[in-house]
Design a protein around this ligand. Structure first.
Ligand code: ADP
Ligand code: MG
Length: 307
């Protein structure tokens, strides 16, 4: 099957001389959800901006549905929706009108029923005539998504869709993404939260310093790189890890008031039940339990300095 997006030897050097992208190659299949994971400055927005025709590449090529993003710009742009990282919004526009207008820009026939359904899916039904300036940040972001979907694109780019949004909106966003996937829309999102990639992506690309370091099926990636930590808060601080627990990968922190257990996310058993049992037998009483996921930072360290 022909990929919906095909990126070949793509590079970008800005006028400042900065190499923001270095020879990126990537095929994206129809209907998949791809997360581009990378720290600030990695080149994520640059990559998306090139595909959407907002930034000119300095080398290589990209096709969308077989059309070249430069010579067939109109064809490629029609098929793409973009929710930009920055909240750029005209304060006095009204919700329904601005979404209608976006659709019109792409030369699509008016279809208010479609737009009403779209806005309803985004929980904006009661805001149709509100001015954008009257909306909360989260609501504004929903409007941006509606605008990006107004012309029924086959590919949706979400640039850091949940950076700085509240938990409720983040969950809603994931639901929206899933619904769009069911409708056959291909979704490319950038994020620096590995939890987000884990929650919704089929495939994950790791990008750093303008290079696509790897692209892999999410489960493979988590298997290769994922480690989780369990933070066990103790009722009484411990001086040292009891010898009977030497078989576990444990560390003491916070002056002995917390034990950190690192385990492999994907091994058959986490060993947590046995550990808690052994802790109780060693006389350690726990107050609270938390888990934390290896950060993108850890993953990069692993990628750059494989053990
Ligand atoms: N218009 C520009 N001119 C010069 N440098 C830029 C421009 N836009 C981005 N950059 C630089 O390119 C690098 C990648 O930026 P960007 O693609 O925005 O990264 P990300 O979205 O992953 O944070 C950064 O070092 C950034 O400072
Ligand atoms: Mg960015």
């Amino acid at each position: 099957m022909q990929p919906i997006i095909s990126i070949k030897n793509l590079s970008k050097t800005y006028d400042t001389g900065h190499h923001a992208l270095k020879d990126v190659n990537l095929d994206i299949q129809k209907g998949e959800i791809l997360a581009l994971l990378g720290p600030n400055g990695a080149g994520k927005t640059t990559l998306i901006s090139i595909i959407c025709g907002l930034v000119a590449p300095t080398g290589g090529s990209v096709t969308v549905d077989g059309y070249d993003i430069i010579s067939d710009y109109r064809e490629t742009r029609k098929r793409i929706g973009l929710v930009p990282q920055e909240l750029a919004i005209a304060a006095f526009d009204k919700v329904f009108e601005t979404v209608q207008y976006s659709r019109g820009l792409f030369g699509k026939k008016p279809d208010n029923a479609y737009l009403e359904q779209l806005l309803s899916d985004l929980s904006l039904s009661d805001k149709l005539t509100s001015e954008l300036r009257a909306l909360s940040g989260g609501m504004k972001r929903r409007v941006l998504i509606a605008k990006a979907l107004s012309h029924e694109p086959r590919v949706l780019f979400l640039d850091e869709p949940t950076a700085g949004v509240d938990v409720e909106l983040r969950k809603d966003m994931w639901k929206i993404v899933n619904r769009l996937r069911e409708a056959g829309v291909t979704i490319i999102l950038t994020t620096h939260y590995i939890e987000e990639a884990e929650a919704i992506a089929d495939r994950v690309g790791v990008i750093s310093g303008g290079e696509l370091l790897l692209v892999d099926d999410k489960n493979n990636l988590m298997q290769k790189l994922g480690k989780k930590q369990l933070l066990i808060e103790l009722k009484e601080p411990a001086q040292a890890i009891p010898e009977s627990l030497a078989g576990y990968a444990l560390a003491l922190s916070k002056k002995g008031s917390e034990i950190i257990y690192t385990y492999d996310i994907t091994s058959d058993g986490t060993g947590i039940t046995a550990l808690l049992q052994a802790m109780a037998e060693a006389g350690l009483t726990m107050k609270d339990l938390k888990t934390s996921q290896s950060s993108l930072e850890d993953i990069f360290v692993n990628l750059v300095n494989p053990q």
